[in-house]
Design a protein around this ligand. Structure first.
Ligand SMILES: NC(=O)c1ccc[n+]([C@@H]2O[C@H](COP(=O)([O-])OP(=O)(O)OC[C@H]3O[C@@H](n4cnc5c(N)ncnc54)[C@H](OP(=O)(O)O)[C@@H]3O)[C@@H](O)[C@H]2O)c1
Length: 199
């Protein structure tokens, strides 16, 4: 499988690349800046998120895209990636947002955690907007909603989907998150759904 990763230079991006390489998948790693790094199965491409043509080029030959952008000013890039995917006729997308970033996903939480998230909502506006763009895109999406991310090796011991006591004060290793996200695309699970996960 070939996956275009937007935000590939980020704190999660390199775990996503490592996991795809480990599985033998091919990555188009996308950054706003030029990179000359070379490693097996990975091609780096620079992008201008204000140019549809530029984004479409990064999608050539890919089966799916991952959006793992930073926290600020990412609304327009997200909208333009969706528009470019339609031009490129690419339907499968996975986006990393944050814990509880939609009313639909907050319904999966216990009552106490829903109350906590109501207080936190003003801090989640950008992620909530990204969530809405993807839900309304017509694409086949998975919206991944982890709590705090940690570094270190994969534990392979994490819960996802329909588990109890989902909590924003939980954590998940970026390596485990990457394992989940790449596997989820390859196995085509959680289609048109958001999903929580934590160690
Ligand atoms: N840290 C946590 O505990 C935590 C918890 C839950 C969810 N998350 C979410 O996980 C996602 C990925 O996190 P991360 O730490 O990998 O992100 P990050 O390192 O802050 O950013 C990822 C990449 O996005 C690109 N980027 C940043 N701002 C951009 C902008 N305005 N427009 C276009 N591209 C931009 C940058 O790549 P280039 O400069 O190379 O283009 C950057 O390297 C984020 O959405 C974050 O909110 C994080």
């Amino acid at each position: 499988m070939q996956i275009t990763i937007f935000g590939a230079t980020g704190s999660v991006g390199h775990y996503l690349i490592n996991e795809a390489q480990r599985r033998g998948d091919t990555v188009v790693a996308v950054s706003r800046h030029a990179h000359s790094k070379q490693s097996s199965g990975v091609s780096w491409q620079s992008v201008d998120y204000d140019s549809l043509d530029s984004i479409v080029k990064t999608l050539a030959g890919s089966d799916a895209a991952i959006i793992s952008l930073g926290d600020y000013d990412v609304i327009t890039p997200t909208q333009n990636i969706v528009a470019a995917m339609k031009v490129a006729n690419l339907k499968r997308v996975e986006i990393l947002t944050g814990f509880g970033t939609s009313s639909a996903s907050r319904k999966q939480l216990g009552i106490g955690m829903r109350a906590v998230m109501t207080v936190m909502m003003p801090m989640l506006r950008t992620k909530e907007k990204q969530d809405q763009i993807i839900r309304n895109s017509g694409l086949i999406f998975t919206i991944v909603q982890p709590p705090t991310l940690t570094d270190g090796p994969a534990t392979h011991a994490y819960r996802y989907g329909n588990y109890g006591h989902k909590s924003i004060s939980g954590h998940i290793a970026r390596a485990d998150l990457a394992e989940f996200m790449i596997t989820n695309l390859v196995e085509d699970r959680f289609k048109r759904e958001s999903v929580y996960l934590q160690n």
